[in-house]
Design a protein around this ligand. Sequence first.
Ligand code: 5GP
Length: 122
Amino acid sequence: MPYVYDDQNIFAKILRGEIPNDTVLETEHCLAFKDINPQAPVHILVIPKGPYVCFAHFAAEASDAELVDFNRTIGKVCRMAGVAEDGYRTISNAGVNGLQEVPHLHMHILGGQVLGPLLART
Ligand code: 5GP
């Protein structure tokens, strides 16, 4: 089944400059910005500029340049935010079971404290 991208999602609006954001880093293919509702002292989102719904979509259809830039940007943001040494967690929620709220691929970078167990079932 093809991936269908909704260009009215909030991150698409951020990329078009229609909604402000607190940018941490911008590259040719990516934007990193602070999460509006941080779940840890460091909570940054890294998104590709291209219209990808989720990680599986991105991995299947992005160019090599986009794939490389996304990965390098995540690592660079971890170092810039000062969490590379003490540790951090990257999470990319996808779809209904992943409780993805915004249907534009984003990698959460969380750190600045001990983050607890990976999954909390409620
Ligand atoms: P998801 O549940 O889709 O993995 O995570 C979406 C994330 O986007 C949430 O952590 C939420 O706080 C964040 N978010 C939603 N709307 C905005 C916004 O307008 N600006 C920013 N910076 N973050 C947002």
